[in-house]
Design a protein around this ligand. Structure first.
Ligand code: 6PG
Length: 254
């Protein structure tokens, strides 16, 4: 039974970042109590940077047991790790470096090479080793952070691309219509096995897409990539600011 989205709306981007930090702290605490460690997949783009900076802030950094937290990536642009568009580069600057996260707790998608296909296979093995799961079992990541593109993409699963059809592999090559075209991305197969998926979306530019995904009125809406994130047994939380939630007819009190 797919999870019913738990939609949470913060008053401002500052409140949003603190609410997201508190939520992640509670999820990581539960995972560490249960399993002795916490594995989270980071999202890229610009939205999560505020959250990562908040997690690394004096107010929040002491609320996490960082030595028991391991970082995967939900997707990556096929650029060098020091490239301005690299999701790793953004996380390194806003989260890993400020917190002195040990390199052996960071699992980067090494997309800078000529051919991303072997890198996808290598990253799949990395995730399987980290989660100690062998085929055909799909790894169950404790928390996956996801963003939302204004075309309804999430991770690097773009509308109309073959990556969206991949449910057997854990990692595949994605194709973006603009910007850095060649990507690496987790697939729906593994995303929908996550214990918890947290969408982080802010800004009025996403309001129409949020409405289409959370209050769909057509098959086109329901087939958008982000609409296909329906964790089979995990939880699905959307953490929005008021601007991103402005198009929703049923506002939820916070
Ligand atoms: C990426 C992300 C992607 C992102 C959305 C939203 O690599 O770009 O993983 O899925 O979350 O494109 O990006 P913004 O937060 O920059 O709007």
């Amino acid at each position: 039974m797919a999870a019913i989205p738990d939609i949470r709306v913060a008053g401002s981007v500052q409140n949003w970042a603190h609410q997201a930090a508190a939520f992640i702290a509670s999820v990581s605490e539960r995972a560490i109590l249960a399993n002795g460690r916490f594995i989270m997949a980071l999202s890229g783009g610009s939205t999560p940077k505020t959250l990562y900076q908040t997690l690394a802030s004096p107010e929040w950094k002491t609320r996490f047991d960082w030595k028991k937290i391991h970082f995967l990536f939900g997707d990556e642009r096929c650029v060098p790790p020091d490239h301005q568009d690299s999701n790793f580069n953004m996380a390194q600057a806003s989260l890993f470096h400020p917190l002195a996260i040990p390199p052996n707790h960071i699992f980067r998608m090494k997309g800078e090479g000529e051919d991303p296909s072997p890198v996808a296979r290598e990253y799949e093995q990395t995730i399987r080793q980290l989660t100690e799961t062998q085929p055909p079992t799909m790894p169950r990541i404790d928390l996956v952070l996801l963003g939302l593109g204004d075309d309804g993409h999430t991770a690097s699963l773009f509308p109309g691309t073959s990556a969206l059809q991949e449910t057997t592999k854990i990692v595949t090559v994605g194709q973006a219509p603009t910007g850095i075209r060649s990507r690496l991305t987790l697939t729906l197969g593994v995303l929908n096995q996550a214990a918890m998926v947290l969408f982080l979306v802010t800004g009025k530019g996403k309001a129409d897409m949020i409405r289409r995904i959370l209050e769909p009125t057509s098959e086109a809406d329901r087939s958008l990539p982000a609409a296909q994130i329906t964790p089979e047994s995990g939880q699905l939380v959307w953490m929005l600011d008021q601007a991103a939630a402005a198009g929703l007819t049923r506002q939820r009190p916070q």
